[in-house]
Ligand binder design. Sequence first.
Ligand code: GKR
Ligand code: MG
Length: 437
Amino acid sequence: MKIVDLRVTPIAIADPPLRSAYGLHAPYALRTIVELVSEDGITGAAETHGGERILQDFARVRDRVICRDAFDLARLEGEVAGSFEEPWGAQAIEIDRSQTYVLPGVSRLDVPLRLFAAVEVAALDLIGKSTGTPVAELLGGRVRDTVPFSAYLFFKHAGGGGARADVREDRWGEALTPEALVDQARTMIDMYGFESVKVKGGVLPPGHEIETMERLHAAFPDLPLRIDPNAAWSVETAVAVGRALAGVLEYLEDPSPGLEGMAQVRRQLMQRGIDLPLASNVAVTSFEVLPEAIRRDAVQVVLSDLHYWGGLRAITHLGRLCATFGIGLSMHSNSHLGLSLLAMTHVAAATPHLTYACDTHYPWQAGEDEILESGRVPIIGGAVRVPTEPGLGATLDRDALERGRERYERCSLRERDDEAEMRRLVDAQWRRVVPAW
Ligand code: GKR
Ligand code: MG
């Protein structure tokens, strides 16, 4: 099935002022919608990271994708990778492809994988739509009909995101205390029925974050809890947090910087008889670091992400590797819309070794920014139904996509920079220091 067009549309979606160790979310999150059109006029779509850089990168691979067969995924991957010969813009700090110093979606070393992932998802959507087959079946078939996601709580400033005439209502309110986070959990669980809870930590001093988790545990004693400070804690602090929360957490996510930090935290906790799994999407972001991560016992749960691990088939492959090495697998997220959520759902359905509920930022995004004809993807009982419709199971709403593009044009943001936003709105002197505590 010949691909005759590759369309790339940048969009902006309102995003509330959420805090993390990286800084503060800007009023808009940037995404890119990628479409492949076949010679018989069928379109497949995918969603990926946003901003100006990825648009330039797509322009570079365009001619290598067009005229290829959508089924020819292995060659397409080679073509995309072949568009980038070293040196192609990797800078010193980016030699470390982890997310310790750069935000997800920023490392130049991930560019070929990121581009191919979007092309692959769009190709599978296209193939699915042409053959009447859901993507989960194209990946080998579903082992579950619904995919569990966890509530993703954030410390947050007042505001609902958006700017000027497009300022959004703050549906969540400010949440900068342990009590406020418990209220946020209650609201989110009431709305979506989540059965596990993740807290984005590394924001308040560790003692306050320990208190937050204890309060959440008291309020929801049956729900598994996780906290993720994005490498903001020294090994000593991480071990202290791990000891304090040993009976409360299902896993501790990226407590300390790098594989070495993670391995030390693990070792020291184990020496104290605490077998608390460490999860990672910061230290471990690609296949190439897996052998070392496993050798050092630095990670017991890999948080996969189809957008930068290289697509849906890469994640099913990762699932087998994790099963082989006896480590868990779950899924990382960033601010996203329904198309990404559906792709995550299909691959989670087709990955037997998915051992925890996946992350999603979806509750933070406004319904009015959704770009699917069917509107927002429902999360019911904390889970998303795996579509049985062809492809990803959704069609783009062209008007909504155009509104997203206009929002992108209007907003001045062209890359994600949480540190700059933090300086702009919260503390003019703020710098990300790793580790911070
Ligand atoms: O949305 O601020 C955020 C998160 O910090 C996100 O960028 C992280 O990549 O959710 C992610 C994580 O689990 O580290
Ligand atoms: Mg994380």
